[in-house]
Design a protein around this ligand. Structure first.
Ligand code: SAH
Length: 246
């Protein structure tokens, strides 16, 4: 029962690589996959690549070649929901693609053939992941540089092929989605693609993102700092706690 663990950037994956037992490297489709164990649990680690297409390819290769029982995404995202601060952690309940628009043929954001805009994450795996995040936030309390009291948020995340880095854009995006009943907590660039691939393959999917920036005018400064200093530690702490619950 292998768990596939995806990250977008090598810094996000760094902590997990470090903890991997009996690592074995495999290459396919221009990607590097690492098979091994974390706390005795079989895992395969992969970098999704940046953006929805790269992430969809990686997820499809994982599904076809590695036969995982589940997929989990760990990474960083821009906070857009009220009170979703740098250093907080968001666990996705579902995903949409904020740059998908086939209107007026179908309502904006709706993906034809999927019956709506939103792709659900697996409820049971998501509950385990939330438990793992709570555990990690409690254990690591007081050691965070960016935010001394990080909070866990759960809800909708949005992906698009765009680094959102202007307050005005982020506000407009959030308001347009909210007006259609989509209360988005965070934006990133890969999760919705992986959620869709997992739905196609019938694989349970869950995703967690630590907030690296507020998708605003200082996002281009906050993001690289956070990725370098905090992202890997968070991913490792959360995944370690998760695999012990599987
Ligand atoms: N510096 C990287 C590219 C980073 S793109 C490189 O050169 O390869 C930003 C990454 O962080 C994406 O994987 C995305 O999922 C996430 N992310 C963090 N903050 C974001 C934001 N404000 N908008 C969109 N994606 C964001």
């Amino acid at each position: 029962m292998t768990t596939a663990i995806l990250s977008a950037l090598s810094e996000e994956q760094g902590g997990l690589m470090h903890a991997l037992q009996q690592p074995e490297q495999l290459r396919h489709a221009g990607r590097v996959f690492w098979r091994g164990r974390l706390h005795g649990q079989p895992v395969v680690l992969a970098l999704s690549g940046i953006g929805k297409v790269a992430a969809a390819t990686t997820a499809a290769v994982l599904a076809e070649r590695f036969g995982p029982a589940r997929m989990v995404f760990t990474g960083v995202a821009g906070g857009v929901g009220e009170g979703v601060q740098v250093g907080d952690v968001v666990v996705a309940q579902d995903y949409l693609q904020h740059d998908f628009d086939a209107s007026p043929i179908v309502p904006r954001w709706e993906v034809p053939g999927y019956g709506g805009a939103r792709m659900d994450c697996d409820a049971a795996l998501t509950a385990l992941l939330s438990g793992a995040v709570r555990d990690w936030l409690t254990r690591a309390q007081g050691t965070f540089d960016a935010n001394s009291q990080p909070r866990l948020h759960q809800g909708l995340m949005a992906s698009g092929d765009r680094f959102v880095s202007a307050a005005q854009e982020s506000r407009a995006l959030r308001a347009a989605l909210l007006a259609a009943g989509h209360d988005v907590l965070a934006v990133e660039m890969e999760g919705a693609a992986v959620a869709q691939v997992c739905r196609d393959y019938g694989l349970p999917f869950a995703a967690v993102r630590t907030i690296s920036d507020r998708a605003d005018d200082s996002a281009h400064v906050d993001f690289p700092w956070f990725v370098e200093h905090v992202a890997g530690r968070h991913a490792q702490g959360i995944v370690n706690s998760l695999v012990q619950r599987l």
